[in-house]
Design a protein around this ligand. Structure first.
Ligand SMILES: Cc1cc2nc3c(=O)[nH]c(=O)nc-3n(C[C@H](O)[C@H](O)[C@H](O)COP(=O)(O)OP(=O)(O)OC[C@H]3O[C@@H](n4cnc5c(N)ncnc54)[C@H](O)[C@@H]3O)c2cc1C
Length: 454
């Protein structure tokens, strides 16, 4: 679209950050996505350096009818953006720790890794996600379900306040006493509400975990998986666990012992003493011959080693579900359609156990979907040749096998394509969905922010 060059010049004059228009060098790098198969083509990108820059960008977009999207790290992008204006928050990288109050105030562009490093200096930790290269704000806006989910709940439960630029370009604080409905909605409602510039998060006193992952291969995979299903069902809420079947490609990147192998990784996180953690985890070590044992006492700064998510993105196709429950018969059904003896397009097939603190909402309530589910299930394919048919067909086979378990409600971070009306509808329970619709309508009546189905 043609944008008035004088108006663009005024925008450039008013913001401290960089304004890119289609065709400008640097635009593609500014809004590069974790999944390199996704390449945005917006009309304008404003790489903001302050919340005033965000307000200017939103006012400009409003005046010129450009739908606004927000991007920090690009980890959450599922589809290319064509047209409109992207507010890129990468330069909002402040981290201020208030150790006595157990709080951290962080800018919208901050990834988990530096937050974990900085807070660890004070014996504190954020309730972070599995990958420390994910953006803290984008992750938390969808709820945020990490390796401590059963002991510490969703990350959104720990938010104490946000600074937000609204659709009118106003800068407001959203917390329990100021804009409480907006505060509620931002804790899980994900988008269509404003641009968060800053988030204040309560930290937990934690320096070490008994945590990590053990790997099984070959004939040990199926007995270890079956043992995990039974063991997880009886595990108390003092620990969090997940399991992933990995078909590791024989390429540079993955750790050499795993390259070219199919392995089962059982992850475990116990935020307590090693002796108790070891006792709780013993049934998994005894389930079958262990290929690699990397569960031990670790500092909180090593939390990313529990899931070993890739640091570098590659083209990927992802579908996420939530399951009400998952028992031995479901485990057998899953092995039949996607286990190690079956040809499968999936690089990773992951199940995380929920329950415990993840099940309980905060006293003042949040907009987190999926609390009532027992498990998550994610299927990730990495070979583009499978994206059009083999991966969707294999996912369909899994859905059929586990149809009776698939939850009616998912979660905004798991419901991969939120532009699909059915997926969007199911990302929150109906009552929560209706309240979110009201809050979005009151803060963004003209739909300045592009979010959900168009
Ligand atoms: C490797 C990997 C591991 C993951 N692990 C987990 C996990 O353990 N648990 C979990 O819950 N999720 C997980 N996710 C999903 C992840 O939390 C979401 O994709 C999240 O949206 C990423 O946020 P981001 O800012 O990094 O990404 P971006 O792509 O930059 O942002 C994603 C979306 O977040 C919103 N957003 C971001 N910043 C702002 C802002 N300042 N104001 C308003 N809206 C904003 C926008 O809607 C944007 O489209 C993972 C994703 C990946 C790729």
């Amino acid at each position: 679209m043609g944008i008035d060059t004088e108006a663009l010049a005024r925008l450039r004059e008013h913001v401290h950050g960089t304004v890119y228009v289609r065709g400008d060098e640097g635009l593609a790098a500014e809004v590069a996505c974790f999944n390199p198969a996704i390449r945005h083509d917006p009309d304008v990108v404003v790489a903001v350096e302050s919340e005033e820059d965000v307000a200017e960008a939103v006012r400009f977009a409003r005046e010129h009818d450009l739908p606004v999207r927000v991007q920090a790290t690009g980890h959450g992008e599922e589809a290319p953006t064509v047209g409109g204006l992207i507010v890129s928050t990468r330069a909002l990288d402040s981290i201020v720790v208030d150790a006595p109050a157990h709080l951290v105030r962080l800018g919208a562009g901050v990834r988990w890794a530096p937050v974990i490093e900085r807070t660890a200096e004070h014996g504190l930790a954020p309730v972070a996600g599995s990958s420390t290269s994910v953006g803290a704000v984008g992750y938390t806006l969808g709820g945020g379900l990490g390796p401590l989910a059963r002991t510490h709940g969703f990350t959104a439960d720990w938010v104490r306040g946000f600074r937000v630029v609204t659709a009118h370009g106003e800068i407001v604080s959203a917390d329990p006493s100021s804009h409480p409905h907006l505060f509620w909605a931002l804790r899980g409602g994900k988008g269509g509400l404003g641009v968060v510039t800053e988030m204040t998060l309560e930290l937990v006193p934690l320096t070490t975990l008994y945590a990590g992952s053990v790997f099984f291969e070959g004939d040990a995979i199926e007995p270890a998986f079956r043992a995990w299903v039974d063991w997880a069902a009886g595990l108390g809420e003092e620990a969090t666990t997940s399991v992933v079947l990995l078909r590791v490609p024989d390429v540079d990147g993955p750790p050499p012992p795993l390259r070219g192998r199919t392995v089962l990784s059982v992850r475990f996180a116990y935020p307590g003493d090693s002796a108790t953690g070891e006792r709780l985890f013993a049934p998994i070590r005894e389930a079958a011959a262990v290929f690699i044992d990397a569960v031990a006492e670790i500092p909180t700064t090593a939390v990313a080693s529990i899931h070993n998510d890739p640091e570098q993105g590659s083209p990927s196709w992802i579908r996420g579900f939530m399951l009400d429950d998952f028992d031995a018969a479901d485990g057998d059904a899953l092995l039949d359609v996607a286990g190690p003896r079956v040809e499968s397009p999936f690089l990773a097939l992951e199940i995380r156990q929920l329950g415990g603190a993840a099940h309980r909402d905060t006293a003042d309530g949040t907009a987190v979907g999926g609390r009532d589910s027992g498990y998550t299930l994610s299927a990730i394919a990495a070979d583009p040749a499978t994206f059009d048919s083999a991966a969707p067909a294999a996912t369909e086979a899994i859905s059929r096998a586990l149809q009776h378990r698939i939850s009616a409600v998912t979660n905004a971070n798991w419901a991969t394509d939120l532009t699909d009306p059915t997926t969007f509808e199911s990302a929150w329970p109906a009552v929560m969905h209706a309240r979110l619709t009201d809050v979005r309508a009151s803060y963004d009546p003209d739909r300045v922010f592009a979010f959900g189905p168009s």
